[in-house]
Design a protein around this ligand. Structure first.
Ligand SMILES: CC(C)(COP(=O)(O)OP(=O)(O)OC[C@H]1O[C@@H](n2cnc3c(N)ncnc32)[C@H](O)[C@@H]1OP(=O)(O)O)[C@@H](O)C(=O)NCCC(=O)NCCS
Length: 183
């Protein structure tokens, strides 16, 4: 029998809804899966997020170690942003990932979403360091993350498999709490 994946569940009790000037980040739930999956099938997202099947996206969104929010703009579902936490006290940090649908790209909404989530991770969850790891070729993402204060750490060689099935390099970027650039 096919693996049904993680148990469907309501939004996580421990995640609040977060708000920025234009974005609302609300905890993702099972009911969001179809709309988010449809966004990930758009060409621009397949290129950078990989050709994810529905089951793969479900795992990404709802695995116990991952915490995802839907990004809403003007009441519309525009994308998703998530984080994981390394809670070993000697290495504690959080990692982020996000995507926006094609209609929402290039309007500063990605950086705004990251700022809102970063503030929460720093102020409420006590993180001193955040990481993000775009493809080295994803210049738009790298530029967007630098605007928020992330710095380039180094190349992660053959780090992730692209939608063409080939391994490609990633760029590790990090941000320390006092480096977050607020607009
Ligand atoms: C990456 C992403 C989150 C960034 O969010 P965004 O809201 O589109 O970001 P911005 O509106 O700030 O635009 C990106 C910036 O990069 C610039 N840019 C665009 N294409 C670029 C390129 N090829 N090279 C360098 N800079 C580029 C834009 O001019 C803009 O900078 P500016 O504000 O100084 O003019 C969003 O584009 C996205 O979801 N992309 C598809 C999925 C993806 O790549 N996810 C990231 C996985 S790590």
């Amino acid at each position: 029998m096919a693996d049904p994946g993680p148990t469907p569940r309501a939004p996580r009790e421990d995640l609040p809804t977060l708000r920025g000037p234009r974005v609302v980040l609300r905890p993702a739930c099972e009911d969001d899966l179809d709309a988010l999956w449809a966004l990930t099938q758009e060409k621009e997202l397949v290129r950078w997020w990989g050709a994810m099947d529905r089951h793969g996206l479900r795992l990404e969104l709802f695995e116990d170690w991952s915490h995802y929010f839907v990004i809403e703009i003007g009441g519309e579902l525009a994308g998703a942003i998530g984080f994981y936490e390394e809670n070993d006290p000697g290495y504690r940090h959080a990692g982020l990932d996000l995507f926006l649908g094609p209609a929402y790209l290039g309007r500063g909404l990605g950086p705004e979403s990251i700022r809102v989530l970063a503030r929460y991770l720093i102020d409420e969850r006590g993180h001193h360091r955040l990481v993000i790891d775009p493809s080295v070729e994803n210049e738009r993402a790298i530029h967007a993350y630098e605007k928020v204060g992330f710095r380039r750490v180094g190349v992660l060689r053959r780090y992730e498999k692209g939608s063409d099935g080939e391994w490609r390099d990633g760029l590790l970027m990090d941000l320390l709490a006092d480096e977050l650039v607020q607009e």
